[in-house]
Design a binder for this molecule. Structure first.
Ligand code: SF4
Length: 466
């Protein structure tokens, strides 16, 4: 007798991903596992069997946003699992990880810290049992190497390590994510190759400290493609550059500290193997402030290093973030930062007015500055930074640049939006592409086009595809 099996709808999980690219890659791992086990996703809280909120706990605004989202998910659904950095924080009544979330939202089903795919899956299984389906109990081959991606098809983040060995006084990330753990270099390169093979045209290397890659494993020799390769920033970047070259793609480095060994990757940029772009979170320029911040590479001569980088690779674009009004910052120290900014001509600079983060050791430093002073210094910094950025953008008018297309409705008949090597997605500027003059010219998302830069628009460029 034939047995009729009626299809059972897969349980649906709602998912909210908040926070930085590192949290995004955690979300991708969890979503990949959910998909592999046969769970479906729901676009709404109400339509889900359970909701997972991946939180951010870095600054007060992010904490508020995370707590509000958990509250909304509880109100609309009721069954909520919390993961991510906020899940690692203690609360007012207990310093145990997770207490802050539990104090604010006692009815959440489970709380985990960041990078906890298995714990999250265990909690999901407990509350929404795993669907049994012999066809989906195996991870599809296409998913097993690269997993579910939350970025558009043409760019992807590649996380090379977790955690951080530094103890910057304004930061609580090490207490949430732990010490540095570098991923095996063979795994990282396999993931990169799978991403390029799946159509990724821009790979964004991320971590808490990309320059520290391999320190925790004493730069041990790993294997990739049957050959030995050291777990070291230079070796990784060189191999990524070769892979990218074979696929006509870009590699962009984020979160690099100005250590002497970073100088070694500049020739790779000058050769065109990786993008001449470095995201270097400097946070300040004055040596005494950097020491109070306990910043990595605080003893290095950053100005000399940046000038040398520009000599080796004149096209280099440097992005950085700064903090104005750190406890004890004198007017002279702040002026030193402004002078540094004007001389180093950081292409893309962001600045935060210092704001205490709960649990950070900087809160105990003497010399806290009034909010008005911190805000005023931030505004003064941004005035200098914006002028540098505007001058730099203007100097691009007339140049022909390669542009990666992010959006091009109707094959670009009405134009599109893209980015040059100088612009990382989400954080930097864009190029507004004008409608092509030739009717035969089409613009497609995820493809490169050459564009003549014809004007600037605030922090963006305007270009004509040629
Ligand atoms: S380098 Fe400093 S700011 Fe960055 S994650 Fe480590 S401790 Fe935090």
């Amino acid at each position: 007798m034939n047995q009729i099996i009626s299809p059972v709808a897969a349980p649906k999980i709602g998912f909210v991903s908040l926070g930085c690219p590192k949290a995004l890659t955690d979300s991708e791992l969890i979503l990949t596992q959910l998909r592999a086990e046969g769970y479906d996703t729901s676009k709404t809280f109400a339509g889900a069997d359970l909701v997972i909120v991946n939180t951010c706990g870095f600054i007060d605004d992010a904490v508020r946003e995370s707590l509000d989202t958990i509250g909304e998910a509880l109100a609309k659904n009721g069954k909520v699992i919390v993961t991510g950095c906020l899940g690692a924080k203690g609360g007012a009544t207990s310093s145990a990880a997770g207490s802050l979330v539990r104090e604010m939202h006692p009815s959440v089903l489970a709380v985990t810290g960041p990078h906890a795919t298995q714990e999250v899956m265990d909690a999901v299984h407990l509350h929404v049992p795993k669907p049994h389906d012999p066809f989906i109990d195996l991870v599809p081959a296409s998913l097993s190497k690269i997993g579910v991606k939350l970025t558009p098809k043409h760019y992807a983040y590649l996380k090379i390590s977790e955690g951080c060995n530094h103890r910057c006084t304004f930061c609580i990330i090490p207490s949430m994510r732990g010490d540095l753990v570098s991923r095996p270099i063979g795994d990282v390169l396999n993931e990169a190759r799978a991403l390029f093979e799946s159509g990724v045209k821009e790979l964004l290397v991320i971590s808490q400290d990309t320059s520290a890659y391999g320190v925790d494993v004493k730069y041990r020799t790993g294997f990739w493609d049957g050959k030995p390769i050291k777990t070291r920033m230079f070796d990784l970047v060189a191999a990524l550059g070769e892979l990218a070259k074979a696929h006509g793609a870009w590699v962009r480095l984020h979160y690099v500290y100005p250590y002497p060994h970073v100088d070694e990757v500049l020739p790779l940029m000058a050769e065109g193997l990786i993008l001449p772009y470095l995201d270097v979170p400097l946070q300040h320029a004055h040596p005494d402030v950097l020491k109070r911040m306990k910043r990595p590479a605080n003893g290095e001569k950053n100005m000399e290093r940046i000038l040398r980088w520009r000599e080796t690779c004149p096209d280099i674009v440097i992005r950085s973030t700064f903090i104005a009004g750190f406890p004890g910052e004198t007017e002279a120290e702040f002026q030193y930062l402004l002078d540094f900014m004007a001389e180093a001509r950081i292409d893309r600079a962001g600045c935060f007015a210092y704001s205490p983060v709960e649990g950070a050791t900087a809160n105990a430093l003497d010399g806290a500055l009034p909010t008005e002073v911190r805000d005023e210094r931030r505004a003064r910094f941004m005035a200098v930074a914006e002028q540098v950025s505007i001058d730099k953008l203007r100097s691009r008018v007339g140049a022909t640049m390669q542009v990666l297309i992010d959006s091009a409705p109707g094959l670009g008949r009405k134009g599109g939006v893209g980015r040059t090597y100088a612009d990382a997605p989400e954080i930097d500027g864009t190029v507004r592409l004008l409608p092509p003059q030739k009717a035969s010219k089409v613009l497609k998302v995820g493809e490169f086009t050459k564009a003549k830069i014809v004007a600037t628009e605030g922090h963006d460029l305007v270009g004509m595809s040629v």
